[in-house]
Design a binder for this molecule. Sequence first.
Ligand code: PLP
Length: 294
Amino acid sequence: MTDALVLIDPAASTVEVADLGAPQLPVTDLSAHRGDGIFETVLVRIGDEVTVVSRNRHFERFCASASALGLPEPEPELWDRGLDTVIAEVRAADPNLTEVGVRYALSRGAQNPDGSQTPRGWAFNVPVDEKITHARAEGISAVSLDRGYDAYLGTKAPWLLIGAKTLSYAVNQAAGRYAATQGADEALFVSHDGVVLEGPTSNLIIRRGDRLLTPNPEAGLLSGTTQRLIFDHAAELGFSTEYADLGLNDVITADGAWYVSSMRTAVTLNEVDGNPITRDEELTAQLQSLIKAG
Ligand code: PLP
């Protein structure tokens, strides 16, 4: 698959195709050494038509993240153009492509000598790789890890940016590596006071009979586009939906549990801390189809 990059200039409202292999970002860019920026990763399905799954849900969250960080409000037409240009580039290079991710980001940019900043954006394609397809088919294991703050702290501490999708993912990456040292595929973050939150890059949904439950975003996690897509359509599958404070035992004793995110879609959570969880193959297939339909 060809790599495609577009540079998005919010001030000039321009989208320019660039070389992903060439240097593009000055080291003084605040995203590079402060993680000071925001991003989204969308799943694109390519069939007779092109479907950007949850396109609007992603863009709305992008705008909410920009607002939380005090970045200029992203212009919908500009970012749509950036996304569509990446999709057109990868399709032109590989007409048989059926699925691809596109990551778009807005950085605060470099600090100018007069103290002003020049935000810059970009978008590029990311593959649906073997790790993702394997997780979709087989599910994953997780180990619970303390997120280090109490549930609902974000409402009192907006500077923590809990719930914004920032480019500061070093902790999330470290949690994934730590989980691997424990023999697990993923981390499951739990608040310091015992409320289950999310994975480092996915939300958790559990089934109890005909109810689907997910942790309350206000408890201190990123409100997921995939989780909301599922909840918006759950009634069509015969399920009611609830935001709830869940403990680890609720997850372990559930009638099914899933990690849901844009690229993974819905993958079964097979065990937590070595405790097996019931696998619901039928609902897994239904959720994956629902998400891919966008
Ligand atoms: N939680 C975190 C911390 C994430 O980074 C992500 C996505 O990357 C998610 C949840 C799932 O969000 P979405 O379904 O919008 O991909």
